[in-house]
Design a protein around this ligand. Structure first.
Ligand code: IMP
Length: 435
């Protein structure tokens, strides 16, 4: 029985291989019909992607885009932090668009983002001044701080008004002291917050489920599960460019912890990378282009954040980062998105190594100082100077575009099995992807 059960495991993790915003939403939406469950396992509404589904365009931040497929069960795992106001707003906009949210499962162990988390996020960034992280100010960091401190409030607490009020009162003792005495900000009222959240509870508690048990039971009977990563490898709390990171485990291993399944449930890890690279917020960025080329990439690529509307910093593709992402996530496949954006360039650079103090690095240096001062070593490749947005198979791409993809594949030592050449679902080249 155990051997048979093991063979049936069919989990796939989809993960950002850069600093987020790689176009994960489009690829998730594209491959979702192959799955029975789509699971968010970390982060909260700091994430965001626009999903174009038929004639409907929706910006989703928290709910997996699997909600748009009636045969799929969308799941929010224990590793996530949930702002109930945002969740309910998202459920409302989905309902208005004709998508039922009845199937949504939420882990009772996921943590709640409370109003003071947003206030503390903003106050802490303000205090940091020039040294700010550039957070999305959605309260993500403070919510995970409380989780780690074992003083967080979880989704399951919404089920018991008495316990909930006690927990709010206990948490506010510390949060209000911090807000008023350290940050000179306004305190929160225990009753007002409790009442507001207990109102939200009425609509949220029917969705609470033992997510780990549901997924493990499904996996044992051959159901297929897609674990949808948010943010990206270099924003991971452990493996990213700390401290300029988010507060959760965005890498593939996070799927196991953040959903309650063993690592043996995961068969494939699909890394998503843009054909160039972007970052929002502060922190090191070796291939950043602070010139007209960078502006052109931002303009042609429409590089404005879905969640915050901030302009993204742009740079050439960094193969050092992808090699690192391949290692820390155990990538089995790579998907290159926005290849069409590079059609605007006569020649294209790819960073193949870094130099720092006379030493060459082919993987991300473990020393923060070395990474902050790393100088990119570039290889220059020929552009293709043609519109590729209509190409639907690899052979249809111009020779120079094929050579570019093949070079990225060689540098990553991971097969490029999906290529996106435009925002629509159809604008995708499947090159051997199999879930
Ligand atoms: P936080 O997650 O709001 O705490 O922000 C921490 C860092 O992660 C900041 O640099 C944000 O810009 C970045 N970040 C958070 N979520 C995303 C995302 O979905 N895409 C890109 N960057 C993100």
């Amino acid at each position: 029985m155990s051997v048979k059960g093991k063979n049936l495991m069919s989990g796939v993790v989809l993960v950002g291989a850069q600093w987020g915003d790689e176009g994960k939403g489009k690829i998730t939406d594209l491959i979702t019909p192959e799955f029975d469950y789509v699971v968010r396992y970390q982060g909260g509404n700091n994430a965001g992607h626009t999903v174009i589904h038929g004639s409907t365009q929706l910006a989703l931040h928290l709910i997996p885009s699997g909600i748009m497929y009636p045969q799929v069960t969308p799941v929010i795992g224990n590793g996530c932090v949930i702002d109930p106001a945002v969740l309910l707003k998202e459920m409302d906009s989905l309902t208005v668009a004709g998508f039922s949210c009845d199937r949504l499962l939420i882990s009772g162990n996921a943590h709640l983002i409370m109003p003071w988390h947003l206030a503390l996020d903003a106050a802490s960034e303000l205090r940091l001044g020039q040294n700010e992280i550039g957070t999305t100010k959605r309260g993500i960091g403070p919510a995970y701080q409380d989780k780690a401190a074992r003083s967080g409030i979880r989704v399951q607490d919404l089920d018991d008004p008495h316990i909930f009020r006690l927990k709010v009162a206990a948490a506010l003792e510390t949060a209000n002291a911090l807000l008023t005495r350290v940050y000179d900000a306004r305190p929160f009222d225990v009753d007002a917050v409790s009442e507001q959240y207990l109102q939200y509870a009425r609509r949220i508690t029917p969705h609470i489920a033992d997510v780990s048990a549901v997924l493990n039971a499904g996996l044992r009977t051959g159901r297929r599960v897609l674990f949808e990563g948010a943010q990206g490898t270099l924003l991971d709390i452990d493996h990213g460019t700390y401290p300029f990171v988010t507060s959760s485990s965005c890498t593939a291993g996070g799927a196991s912890v953040g959903a309650g399944v063993g690592p043996t449930a995961i068969d494939k890890v699909l890394g998503i990378a843009k054909a160039y690279i972007t970052r929002v917020g502060a922190g090191p960025f070796p291939t950043e282009l602070s010139d007209a080329t960078g502006e052109q990439l931002a303009r042609v690529g429409g590089e404005v954040g879905t969640t915050t509307g901030r302009l993204r910093r742009c740079g050439w593709y960094d193969a050092v980062i992808i090699r690192y992402a391949a290692a820390v996530n155990g990538l089995t496949d790579l998907c290159i998105t926005k290849l069409d954006v590079l059609s605007a360039f006569e020649s294209i650079k790819v960073c193949v190594a870094y130099e720092y103090l006379g030493q060459q690095y082919r993987s991300v240096p473990s020393s923060q100082t070395a990474f902050h001062h790393a100088m990119p070593v570039y290889e220059e490749l020929e552009g293709w100077g043609a519109d590729i947005s209509g190409c639907r198979c690899f052979a249809e791409l111009p020779a120079a575009a094929r050579a570019y993809v093949e070079r990225l594949e060689e540098l990553a030592e991971v097969p490029v099995s999906v290529i996106a050449v435009g925002p629509d679902r159809e604008q995708t080249i499947m090159r051997g992807w199999r879930a």
